[in-house]
Design a protein around this ligand. Structure first.
Ligand code: HEM
Length: 428
């Protein structure tokens, strides 16, 4: 059977960071693919061909089958051909993973490593740190109100709050947070000239890999020192758990230990910043919605879930087929690479009525922004909790909120969201 080939403009858009920054035209391309070629092969000059998976049902089916659709074989995030070759040359066993964290692992390692911290992120444990999170939220709102009656919510507020929360849980002191924020943005947004290390457009994969390697080296130095400290002085934080963890009676190898710190430190804030800023943008655009959710005790669950669907901060992950498998009417061959496009799946008209309407009243919101199956987001309960607490602390303290300029999105194929959200507000 011949593989269906996506039209050139769709294939080009889904690998283009600028298209993710522009957002609306990208949705048109993804909508075309959902309707006409829900599993189609994207061929671009600089990338190995891969399947673009756009329908919710197919993203779910692939995610629930980690035996056949693996994370460990090829890059888990879209990487161009030259970048993958460079990464293979630079990694042990040529596995091509510059970082080896939960995301790059398959069975049996994946579950062994995941279980080391999983209980920390379950609602029962999160309850014990809710007061700490609320204090961070209150401080964040105080600082925002000190700015007067205008701010860039994305830069001045949303970027800091989830960072402070995850660093508190991890055990990184507040004075080191700016460094962590900078490194995460450099790791996740290496293509955005406003965020990356060189502050220039990245035009070659050599440049991108070199920059990412600098970032990884910075992270490793930092977390090496933290590990030594927590082995000598254990505390009630995740750094202590990671630093002292053993698998099969042995401490975790250095590479996996660095990967663990990095995934917790990085996955936990840019993403939640993006969904939080997205929620506030919709409230700023719609005074009736703001009025409805303003009260402290107004149930925020619907608006939070919808903001997560609406923003879909993690825009894709890649999987690789271990064997031939038929899915969505297509035969995927062993070794094929697939892009699970969460942005598209979260606008799938077959699952979401009026998918392009922001509707906090959806009876059942089956958003898939946290992924699904074995790798489902470890921090999903934390992300929702952080958003709820911030909205509870912020909204009652405002009498008005509106946009004060054009929002702008990050130009990145992987983690996206607002990098600028100018708002005007009045304190209550
Ligand atoms: C709105 C915020 C967030 C979004 C949209 C998000 C999204 C995702 C997605 C799509 C995955 C991959 C799922 C899959 O492959 O099926 C993931 C994995 C992960 N996330 Fe999140 N995430 C968010 C917040 C967080 C937070 C707050 C943490 C805190 C530590 C976190 C930690 C992780 C980790 C460790 C993984 C890897 C899990 C594994 O491979 O077993 N995330 N996340």
């Amino acid at each position: 059977m011949t593989k269906p080939k996506l039209p050139g403009e769709v294939a080009a858009a889904i690998v283009n960071p600028v298209a993710y920054g522009a957002w609306e035209p990208l949705h048109e391309q993804l909508g075309w693919a959902r309707a006409n070629m829900p599993l189609g092969v994207a061929e671009n000059p600089n990338h190995d061909p891969f399947w673009l998976v756009t329908r919710h049902a197919d993203v779910m089916a692939i995610s629930r089958d980690p035996q056949r659709f693996a994370n460990g074989i090829r890059p888990t995030v879209l990487t161009d051909r030259a970048g993958e070759a460079l990464a293979r040359a630079a990694t042990p066993g040529n596995d091509g993973h510059l970082i080896r964290s939960l995301v790059q692992m398959d069975a049996p390692d994946h579950m062994k490593y995941r279980l080391l911290t999983q209980s920390w992120f379950m609602p029962r444990n999160l309850k014990t740190i809710e007061d700490r999170i609320r204090q961070i939220a209150r401080d964040t709102v105080d600082r925002m109100l000190d700015l007067g009656n205008e701010c860039d919510f994305a830069r001045d507020v949303a970027a800091h709050y989830p960072l402070r929360v995850i660093m508190d849980i991890l055990g990184v002191p507040p004075e080191d947070e700016p460094r962590m924020l900078m490194l995460t943005q450099q790791l996740f947004g290496p293509t955005d000239p406003e965020l990356n290390r060189s502050k220039e457009a990245i035009t070659s994969s050599e440049q991108a890999i070199a920059m990412i390697n600098y970032v990884i080296a910075d992270f490793e130095n930092y977390f090496g020192a933290l590990t030594a400290d927590r082995r000598a002085n254990p505390r009630q934080d995740i750094a202590t758990v990671i630093a002292n963890a053993t698998i099969g009676g042995e401490p975790i190898p250095d590479r996996e230990m660095a990967g663990y710190y990095m995934i917790i430190a990085t996955a936990g804030h840019d993403t939640t910043s993006a969904s939080t800023a997205g929620a506030v943008m919709e409230l700023a655009k719609n005074p009736a919605l703001f009025a409805r959710f303003r009260d402290w005790d107004a149930d925020k669950a619907g608006v939070i879930e919808e903001a997560i669907r609406w923003t879909t901060p993690v825009q894709h992950f890649m999987r690789s087929a271990r064997e031939d498998v038929e899915i969505g009417g297509q035969v995927i061959r062993a070794g094929d690479w697939l892009m699970l496009n969460y942005v598209s799946a979260n606008r799938d008209e077959a699952v979401f009525a009026d998918a392009f309407v922001f509707d906090p009243d959806r009876a059942k919101n089956e958003q898939i922004a946290f992924g699904f199956g074995a790798h489902v987001c470890l921090g999903q309960h934390l992300a929702r909790l952080e958003m709820r607490i911030l909205l509870e602390e912020l909204l009652p303290r405002l009498s008005r909120i509106e946009l004060a300029g054009e929002p702008a999105r990050v130009e990145s194929v992987f983690v996206g969201g607002l990098k600028r959200l100018p708002i005007r507000f009045a304190a209550a």
